[in-house]
Ligand binder design. Sequence first.
Ligand code: LLP
Length: 419
Amino acid sequence: MDHFDYRDGTLFAEDVPVSTIATEAGTPFYVYSSATLRRHYSVFTEGFADADVIVAFAVKALSNIAVLSLLAKEGAGADIVSGGELYRALKAGVDPRKIVFSGVGKTQEEMAAALDAGIGQFNVEGEAELHALSAVAADKGLTAPVAFRINPDVDAQTDDRISTGRAEDKFGIPCARAGEMFAMAGGLPSVKARGVAMHIGSQITSLSPFRAAAERAVDLVSELRAAGYGIETLDLGGGLGIPYAAGETPPPPKDYAALLRSVTDGLDVTIMFEPGRMIAGNAGIFVSKVIYLKTQGTVTYAIVDGAMNDLIRPALYSATHALVPVEEKVGTPTPFHVAGPVCESTDVFSRDVAMVNPQPGDLIAYRTAGAYGAVQASEYNTRPLVPEVLVDGDQFAVIRRRPTYDEMLSLETIPDFAR
Ligand code: LLP
């Protein structure tokens, strides 16, 4: 469910015509719906209404500070993976105690900044990282709150490129080594190990991998407690899939919540989650304009002004995003390929997609582009990062404007030897 609907044949973002935003922001651009973001956050949290739970939005999915601020106002924390994401989360007013720092390669500078901010939890993924964290915290006279991210060796049955919980993946610590890690932490001066964390992958469309991984984590909590370690938090990560095309039926968030509540029932821990896509995916669309039609043999391309550098998911993961016209047309749909201007054959958003008489100047939108859309954009081909717009009812604001070419080049210099 989202808030991008047609009224009299015109696509609206909440109560604002998408064409009005196009006039103001220029194409291409992303639009996010506040109502959808709030709704998805509340749908997620409702399932855990009376439980001790922290929902830390995965900043990597959609990191604009306006979105982080909106979610923080709803009560969300932040799952971060870099010093930059920490900086954003703090700027947006996220409660530091609800910030969890994930990732296999935290630098000591990033650890120091997170300790200074007083974040709630470091999800540590290895021995060397644990020693580094303890040393950084000791220097500051602080104690770092730690959970160990375990690798439950569960296949999330999703795309190979976004699976993270199999034994051979680079993430986490094998369950069999968790006790050893807690013992090691006990011998270090400036870390307090008090939690277990996991994240097995993204766009997961069946509940069984979640069940298998959570059961493993719950068993581990019991084993660790039996060995005398105090476990206060269990972080179950993110990963819940969303529908990208008609007919896709990932598990509803309430079923996901019911499953994980039953698996963790009576465990007496703070349960944490790191959802990204489930909150932001359907809350955004990517809008571009048809520039030309071009027929190559039997195929007609609609060439649009958006490209793979703006929305890379189709090129990178062969992902499908549903295409819709901003103004509906009456007529018989015929197949088109939709491609951008970037000089790569992978810069094709859709193949053989049904469109009704597309013409230069028409606006089109790709749905479900809120998560891993703008955040994965680049300036490849020296194309400016596209604006992001946030709608709330009948109001909208450009929350990231398009940079000028001068701004894009402002970090570059020509040294004398290159003149
Ligand atoms: N927690 C950790 C430690 C993660 O690595 C991720 C995503 C999440 C939470 C959030 O997962 P979500 O709830 O969004 O599934 N660029 C890819 C997705 C990469 C996901 C990376 N990790 C895509 O466009 O599909």
